[in-house]
Ligand binder design. Structure first.
Ligand code: ATP
Ligand code: MG
Length: 429
């Protein structure tokens, strides 16, 4: 048994091969069925001629609709008109499972494709995206492994909210209320005291009520935390990690990237260091572009797009005003209105992909900020303990995996970066 990709080769010409997969497209004319077969590796044309296969096989080939699962045996021949340049001239056509009236045809509404997501994930787009995603992830894991980070498994059900309480999902937890995690950060922070450098990949949950093309209610969050790390080195970790992810995707998935209209060469060129732009400077740049922003304005999709749409390499925006960011970030001694933090923006207008900071180590400062925000101190008692017993300078960040995939695969909407997107409007299938 060969994969489709293996069969599509000059070396196979004249040989009898077997391939199996699903019918991607089929038509018959006269005594010939042209069935294009797909498997994980690609598509290949097969021709099933009356007389060249048994009568039953020919009948089955005529009956087998799109998405029927089949095994085809035949001779590989060069054919310039066929996708990939080769075809298989069948001598056997064996059906595993017929598929009748597959409900997805060429032009379908986005809504229908979401209703039929369990079938749409078989599409070539979704297949390419899934492979690129896995490849990015493998690149990340390799980088972490090579740099002696320990992968850890923080909880998903939590008692406290690390980010905004307005986007928390509540769950009934026995006879009390708990929350689905928005970030593993606090737990990762607690683990650096023994493991030094840690990372985790977990789903994060955000009840994002506004419908934007870059927010999911459930996304995969790659987070890291390291002891003894200050903010500049935290950014170095991000640029190295992302470069490693991108280069791995280029190495493993050049065809999938090209299929998604992403030229692998643009990713290959991305290397550290990435530009660091001060928040203040970002404001001035935006004002020059005619946007109505001033000190204290948050960077939303529009602002992030304006800053990055002409770039091909990610850039950091650093040192945000404190009022825009959470209480646990470290004050910037060079400008105490700001934190030692960074948001990493994808190029080409795709927006924020990573948020990171050095963490505050002074409990008094954090208590003051929590009180100002009207938060219950009791909830953070365990977190504040971490600073009481052998506190060390440390930093970390959170990377939204689907945000990177959206950029790398040039997707219009983040929902296509995940097999089963969860949004305000959809939890089915
Ligand atoms: P945004 O301003 O875009 O809502 P955020 O400031 O809420 O992002 P963080 O809390 O810093 O984001 O989360 C870390 C990373 O997780 C972000 O940089 C982004 O890549 C990703 N992320 C955040 N929220 C979502 C979401 N709803 N869907 C997908 N990815 C997300
Ligand atoms: Mg948010």
């Amino acid at each position: 048994m060969l994969s489709v990709k293996q069969a599509l080769s000059k070396d196979q010409v004249g040989k009898i091969v077997q391939v199996r997969g699903w019918i991607y497209r089929t038509r018959s004319s006269g005594g010939i069925v042209f069935a294009v077969l797909r498997d994980v590796s690609g598509i290949i044309q097969t021709t099933v001629k009356k007389g060249a296969v048994s009568e039953k096989d020919f009948d089955d080939a005529q009956k087998a609709g799109i998405e029927s699962s089949v095994m085809i045996e035949g001779e590989v021949a060069e054919d310039k008109r066929a996708p990939g340049g080769y075809e298989i001239r069948a001598t056997k056509f064996q059906v595993y499972g017929f598929s009748d009236g597959f409900p997805i045809t060429e032009y379908q509404s986005t809504e229908l494709l979401l209703d039929l997501r369990h079938l749409w994930i078989r599409s070539r787009e979704q297949t390419a995206v899934a492979k690129v995603k896995a490849s990015l992830l493998r690149g990340a894991r390799e980088w972490f492994h090579d740099n002696e980070y320990v992968e850890v498994t923080p909880p998903i059900i939590t008692g406290v909210a690390a980010e905004e309480s307005t986007t928390l999902f509540q769950v009934k937890y026995f006879d009390r209320i708990a929350y689905l995690s928005q970030s593993a950060q606090f737990y990762l922070e607690s683990l650096i005291y023994s493991l030094d450098k840690v990372y985790s990949l977990t789903p994060s949950f955000r009840a994002e009520k506004s419908r934007t093309p870059r927010h999911l209610a459930e996304y995969w969050h790659l987070e890291m935390e390291a002891a003894w790390l200050e903010n500049e080195d935290n950014m170095k970790v991000q640029e190295q990690l992302i470069t490693s992810m991108l280069h791995n995707a280029v190495k493993e998935c050049p065809e999938e990237l090209t299929f998604m209209k992403r030229d692998p060469a643009t990713l290959k060129k991305i290397e550290p260091p990435f530009e660091r732009m001060n928040y203040q400077e970002a404001m001035e740049t935006l004002q020059k572009k005619g946007l109505d922003v001033s000190w204290g304005s948050d960077l939303g999709a529009i602002e992030e797009r304006a800053l990055t749409q002409d770039r091909l390499v990610p850039m950091f925006v650093v040192n945000y005003p404190k009022e825009l960011k959470p209480f646990y970030m470290k004050e910037n001694p060079e400008d105490t209105r700001t934190y030692k933090n960074s948001d990493l923006l994808a190029p080409e207008g795709y927006g924020e992909i990573v948020g990171g900071s050095e963490r505050e180590t002074d409990n008094e400062l954090m208590l003051e900020r929590l009180r100002d925000k009207g938060e219950s101190i009791e909830n953070y008692k365990w977190y504040l303990d971490l600073r009481k017993y052998g506190s060390v300078p440390h930093s970390g960040f959170g990377l939204g995996l689907e945000r990177i995939v959206t950029w790398v695969c040039k997707l219009d909407h983040i929902r296509d970066s995940i097999p089963y997107p969860r949004t305000v409007a959809r939890v089915y299938p």
